[in-house]
Design a protein around this ligand. Structure first.
Ligand code: KIV
Ligand code: NA
Length: 264
């Protein structure tokens, strides 16, 4: 079958169907999520933290993310693959945004890009869309701005909620095909969702958005101290700890390898 398209996602909103998005950074996990029918895979700049071990998303570069994106595209066959534009790869100008997006599409095969920010990135969104690049926007807690926001905290409370609503409408008007709402009050996310024809994708934004996204290591229980908005659907850290300790013990005793693992 064919890949999911941005039009499929708008059509799902019209039908009132909610959908899931998860991050992926390599071919094997991409294949598992793709086979499970996850329609959109995000190669997030969260790779800075969960793949590369940095303590924010700021250090990661286009060159760091390109091979991960290519792996996710190769590992999937049905999902729409969205590449995050990392910090410093699009803010300078619409031209810089287009050059970065073109690399993700030409060198890695990404189908869309995501960037952070409201009205200040509208020129970038317009340039990308007119060049044929589908754009996912990202409002609320935008981790690339953590040093301005003063930490990873809830956004859009009170007066700033009206600004977030205006940003969302401007991004839709600029041609974005969807918008991530991160760490915002549920009632604000619900109002934004009702005001837009493009889908909203929530993370820490309550149950009223059109879609939900989680970082896969959060949802699988690999990250040590997940945020309040994370639900763990597996405890992979415990399972991997058990397995690698069992392997180590079998190596120590000589129980592994057994006859069936051995060539005569
Ligand atoms: O980088 C990322 O994983 C993200 C999602 C959490 C939306 O931007
Ligand atoms: Na991101």
């Amino acid at each position: 079958g064919r890949r999911v398209t941005v039009r499929d996602l708008t059509a799902a909103k019209e039908r009132g169907e909610r959908w899931p998005m998860v991050t992926a950074y390599d071919a094997m996990t991409a294949r598992v999520f793709d086979d499970a029918g996850i329609p959109v895979l995000l190669v997030g700049d969260s790779a800075a933290m969960v793949v590369y071990g940095y303590d924010s998303t700021l250090p990661v570069t286009v060159d760091d993310l390109l091979p991960l994106t290519a792996a996710v595209v190769r590992g999937s066959s049905r999902a729409l693959v969205v590449a995050d534009l990392p910090f410093g790869s699009y803010q300078s100008s619409p031209q810089q945004a287009l050059e970065s997006a073109a690399r993700f599409m030409k060198e890695a095969g990404a189908h869309a890009v995501k960037l952070e920010g409201g009205r200040r990135v509208v020129p970038q969104v317009e340039a990308l869309v007119s060049a044929g690049v589908p754009v996912m926007a990202h409002l609320g807690l935008t981790p690339q701005s953590v040093n301005v926001l003063g930490g990873y905290r809830v956004q859009g409370r009170g007066q700033s909620g009206d600004e977030l609503m205006a940003d969302a409408k401007d991004l839709e008007r600029a041609g974005a095909f969807s918008v991530v709402l991160e760490c915002v009050p549920a009632d604000l996310a619900e109002r934004v969702t009702a005001s837009l024809t493009i889908p909203t994708i929530g993370i820490g934004a309550g149950a009223g958005t059109d879609a939900q996204v989680l970082v896969w290591q959060d949802l699988m229980g690999l990250t040590p101290r997940p945020a309040r908005f994370v639900k763990r659907y597996a405890d992979l850290a415990a399972e991997m700890d058990r397995a690698v300790r069992a392997f180590a013990a079998d190596v120590a005793t000589g129980a592994f390898p057994a006859a069936e693992h051995t060539y005569s």
